[in-house]
Ligand binder design. Structure first.
Ligand code: NAD
Ligand code: UDP
Length: 311
């Protein structure tokens, strides 16, 4: 197949491109390099089945493809908040452009949505039936509401125009190729521990997250795309940790002498998050294989190499 991956030069997108190329597909990677980087796909540039197009999805584009994985959107709070209006445009105009493309091509379309659609959840763990608790005017809403309208758009194109959609709700994911200055918690703690500077825990660190390793996530996306269920489907690792537990784990693994400091909790920071993955198990026969420390070992090795090489 010829497969379009929007956001293909980003963290998850580049791993997805790798897997699709390995499986013998042709891949078109579309990216504006806002948070993505050429180095993530450098090794694919000379591959005859790989094509890179620098393009901003808020502008329409005409291409040919059999499937569309739509991942283009900054995912870290630091980046999506640095230009909130652009984040909204990417989610509204960008998603609409990509759905329009899928409609014209009669291509199957997978939306990379997020656990953020559940906001600061009142039920725990979160299942797909939960409608969420999102502040529509807060500093996270450009992303949270942006992804909610992306889901709405996908389902309207499905009902009205028979676009063949799949919707994944992705929970916190980590792995190689995250940015050094990404701002998300796993990369922050690892980079801080490697540099010997204090690990910055926001709030008292009692808020929880569940961390999925990127190879598991990509497997889930591919199964969802090629399965029969539209979704939405939660994809994430159900292992739940407090942020303080994560800090201590990374501290022990990288640098037991690294200090932990406490910083103010950002506004609207969700207190708990854990995916109910019953649907992914039942529909996709999928569950994560890589547990937290095993995944962290790989992410830490990546950042150690990266920081050594950039000295
Ligand atoms: P990322 O920031 O590394 O990748 C996003 C990619 O999209 C980047 O390459 C960026 O340059 C590109 N992009 C952004 N705006 C664009 C635009 N207007 N036009 C073209 N390209 C654009 O983030 P990621 O972690 O790889 O996330 C990928 C997708 O998965 C995102 O849609 C994100 O919302 C979703 N997601 C990720 C996580 C996670 O924990 N990583 C969790 C939930 C959902
Ligand atoms: N966090 C933290 N220190 C950091 C970065 C993040 O304590 O240096 C916290 C953040 O407040 C949140 C959790 O870690 O409670 C996860 O943050 P991240 O930005 O990775 O993802 P999200 O909040 O979108 O789940």
């Amino acid at each position: 197949m010829r497969i379009l991956v929007t956001g293909g030069a980003g963290f998850i997108g580049s791993h997805l491109c790798d897997r699709l190329i390995e499986s013998g597909h042709e891949v078109i990677c579309l990216d504006n390099f806002y948070t993505g980087h050429k180095r993530n796909i450098q090794h694919l540039l000379s591959h005859p089945c790989f094509e890179l197009i620098r393009h901003d999805i808020t502008e329409p584009i005409k291409l040919e493809a059999d499937q569309v994985y739509h991942l283009a959107c900054p995912a870290s709070p630091v980046h999506y908040q640095s230009n909130g209006i652009k984040t909204i445009k990417t989610n509204v105009m960008g998603t609409m452009n990509m759905l329009g493309l899928a409609k014209r091509l009669k291509a199957r379309f997978l939306l990379a949505s997020t656990s953020e659609v559940y906001g600061d959840p009142e039920i725990h763990p979160q299942s797909e039936e939960y409608w969420g608790n999102v502040n529509p005017i807060g500093i996270r809403s450009c992303y949270d509401e942006g992804k909610r309208i992306s889901e709405t758009l996908a389902f309207e194109y499905h009902r009205q125009n028979a676009v063949d959609i799949r919707v994944a709700r992705i929970f916190n994911t980590h792995g190689t190729r995250m940015l050094e200055n990404d701002g998300r918690v796993v990369s922050n703690f690892i980079v801080q521990a490697l540099k010997g500077i204090p690990l910055t825990v926001y709030g008292d660190g009692s808020q929880t997250r569940s961390f999925c390793y990127v190879s598991d996530l990509v497997e889930g996306l591919i199964r969802l795309m090629n399965g029969e269920h539209v979704g939405p489907v939660n994809l994430g690792n159900p292992g739940e940790y407090t942020i303080l537990q994560l800090a201590s784990t990374i501290q022990n693994m990288v640098n037991p002498d690294a200090e932990i400091v406490f910083k103010p909790l950002p506004q609207d920071d969700p207190r708990r998050r854990q995916p109910d993955i019953s649907k992914a198990k039942q529909w996709l026969n999928w569950e994560p294989q890589v547990q937290l420390e095993e995944g962290l070992t790989k992410t830490i090795a990546y950042f150690r190499d990266y920081l050594n090489n950039s000295k």
